[in-house]
Ligand binder design. Sequence first.
Ligand SMILES: Cc1cc2nc3c(=O)[nH]c(=O)nc-3n(C[C@H](O)[C@H](O)[C@H](O)COP(=O)(O)OP(=O)(O)OC[C@H]3O[C@@H](n4cnc5c(N)ncnc54)[C@H](O)[C@@H]3O)c2cc1C
Length: 408
Amino acid sequence: MSERTHHAHEVVVIGGGVIGMNIAFRLAKEGREVALVEPHQLGMGASYGNAGTISDYATIPVGTPNVLRNLPSLFLDRSSPLSVRYRTLPSLMPWLLDFARQSLPAQAEANAKSIGSLLKNASGMWQEMADELGASQHLHKRGCLYLYESHKAFAAAKYDERLRRQNGVEVEAISAAQVRELEPNLSPFEGGAHYFANATSIDDPGKVMEIFAENLRALGVTIYQTRAHAINSDDTPVDVLCDDVVLRASKVVISAGAYSKPLAKSAGEAVRLDTERGYHIEFDMAELPISRPVCSSKRGFYASPMRGRLRFAGLVELGGLTLPAAQHRIKTLELGARAMFPELGEPSRTWFGFRPSMPDSIPVIRPTKKNPNVIMAFGHGHIGITLAPATAAAVSALLRSNSVSAFN
Ligand SMILES: Cc1cc2nc3c(=O)[nH]c(=O)nc-3n(C[C@H](O)[C@H](O)[C@H](O)COP(=O)(O)OP(=O)(O)OC[C@H]3O[C@@H](n4cnc5c(N)ncnc54)[C@H](O)[C@@H]3O)c2cc1C
């Protein structure tokens, strides 16, 4: 192997998604010297393709008693919101078993409480972040609807409502007729909805990622377009071994989303991170049929109003990081979209990507045991956009509390 060149930095952040970029932004603003490692264009992973909701109401983990009860039928129905790629089942088993444990009643409630405390003030932090970035024109306080599309599902949603209220979320349970008053272009349905009147959302996640990247460049963050392979954290400074360079740093942050597991392992941490693959389909249109994000709980995706287009984003597919997109999942998304809005024309584009997911839906934000100068910040699952500013604040606090520095 050819000799790699060495460069020294105060902080090296691995991964240029919303989590890594928000951390790099915050640390650079605080006066730290920061380098960011990203093999692709910044912000083009899960942080590009999501539904754009700042879902501070999303205190309910993916794993609940209800999901656990329905898991076999969900897996067997190819058009259900939760599917599995069967050939990946053996490697998924440890994650799935842990997911099943985390879905038991007491554990799910405890997880909801932890998620609820992380989500406190997520919207306020986003507002501040958007102002600092110069991206506040992309943030809208327009509320959000969560549909339960049968009487049975709406009755069962009492569980969700209780958990939400218990964790400080303001939620109104409204009838299907009231939903029609708010969003008259939605196809009629039975049941009802949870209405989060004060929820905030982003109208173009990709554009906001571009604005993040511009800010990082303006702040003088060094960007290495390369892949990190391993972390040697026996001592401080810590070495980050990349394709063509070794980066030596006082502090290293692992924030490579769904790809963080091997990096954490090289730093001595065995984490149960896997991926929930997600999809989106977009329809360009000048006039949007809805004025706020609407989540169909039956179908497992959001209809999200974006700039000049309507995006349908969601579904959960367990299937690892290497298999290509499943065309029937895109078809499922399209059929569901047309059932909600029969007037849709031809789709303009589709996308799929990788949520970084822990079995308990709680992100890993802590130092490694072996070396406190290596911080892990990944596993944000369905709420990574929402939690990005809060995660950056937590990482900054961790770096401050551990002031050991070997820089220079
Ligand atoms: C369909 C869908 C809808 C969603 N909707 C919402 C929503 O409405 N609200 C919400 O809050 N969240 C939502 N999410 C979740 C959210 O998008 C993710 O939690 C979040 O984007 C994760 O950010 P990240 O920075 O950890 O990962 P990513 O955005 O995936 O970024 C990780 C980065 O690390 C890089 N990387 C990988 N390996 C390496 C390496 N070895 N070295 C260096 N860099 C590496 C990758 O190239 C990538 O750019 C949704 C997700 C999906 C898929």
